[in-house]
Design a protein around this ligand. Structure first.
Ligand code: TYD
Length: 213
């Protein structure tokens, strides 16, 4: 047993906001603070959850909104129990590319499922686990689309949705931030990589100081 549980930090935002770049910078920062960072992602992070990810992102079959949200939470339940909880209990810091807020944004805002349903599933799948800190990278939707298209990889089921879908996702994320403004820090992702890095590092330092002195 370690005497202190690790910290759980999630990274959120629409597609093309630069999460991957920032997660790698945070990993280094967390190491410099003397913690062991474990970097993972959703949907995914375990062998089974990565298989669910392939199905839900790449399937050419029609997936109903309710099937989609259940797949996200099936992947999440396994991820929490196999990776997130054991690492937090061991004192490691878990840096997660997306978590339950993404379900509120994509399946709630995007697909129109009620928040209450997502809240209920979160209770079942994660026991209501919430990150200690969530970094929300916010960017104009058209700019996000432009950046996504610069990448070589083919667009997944969500990236190839219409702009209205992406606008609803952005609005849902902002609404979520507004009602959870202590946990979710809003970062303007149109800034330079270095400016964003510094804004996030300041929040991580606060979290570290509060818990470890
Ligand atoms: P992500 O790994 O950010 O995609 P990439 O890095 O390849 O651009 O996320 C995968 C997709 O899954 C993304 O479009 C958002 C979607 N998603 C949901 O719809 N609901 C969820 O609960 C999660 C975790 C992700």
């Amino acid at each position: 047993m370690v005497d202190q549980r690790g910290k759980f930090i999630s990274f959120e935002g629409g597609d093309g906001v630069g999460k991957t770049t920032q997660i790698n910078l945070v990993r280094q920062h967390v190491e410099n603070l003397g913690h062991t960072p474990v970097v993972t992602r959703e949907p995914g992070g375990t062998a089974l959850s990565e298989q669910i990810r392939d199905l839900v992102l790449e399937s050419s079959a029609e997936i109903t909104p309710i099937t989609e949200v259940l797949m996200m939470f099936a992947a999440r339940a396994q991820h929490v129990s196999e990776v997130i909880e054991p690492n937090l209990a061991a004192g490691n810091w878990v840096l997660c590319d997306r978590f339950t807020d993404a379900s509120y944004a994509y399946q709630g805002g995007g697909r129109g499922l009620p928040d209450k349903l997502i809240e209920g599933l979160a209770g079942i799948a994660t026991n209501g686990l919430e990150p200690d800190l969530t970094v929300l990278l916010d960017l104009d939707v058209e700019e996000g689309i432009r950046r996504s298209h610069l990448r070589d990889s083919p667009l997944d089921r969500f990236e190839s949705e219409a702009i209205e879908f992406k606008n609803r996702i952005r609005a849902a994320y902002l609404k979520r931030q507004d009602s959870n403004s202590t946990r979710i820090v809003l970062i303007d992702a149109s800034q330079s990589i270095q400016e964003i890095e510094m804004a996030i590092a300041a929040k991580i330092d606060d979290l570290h100081t509060k818990s470890y002195g």
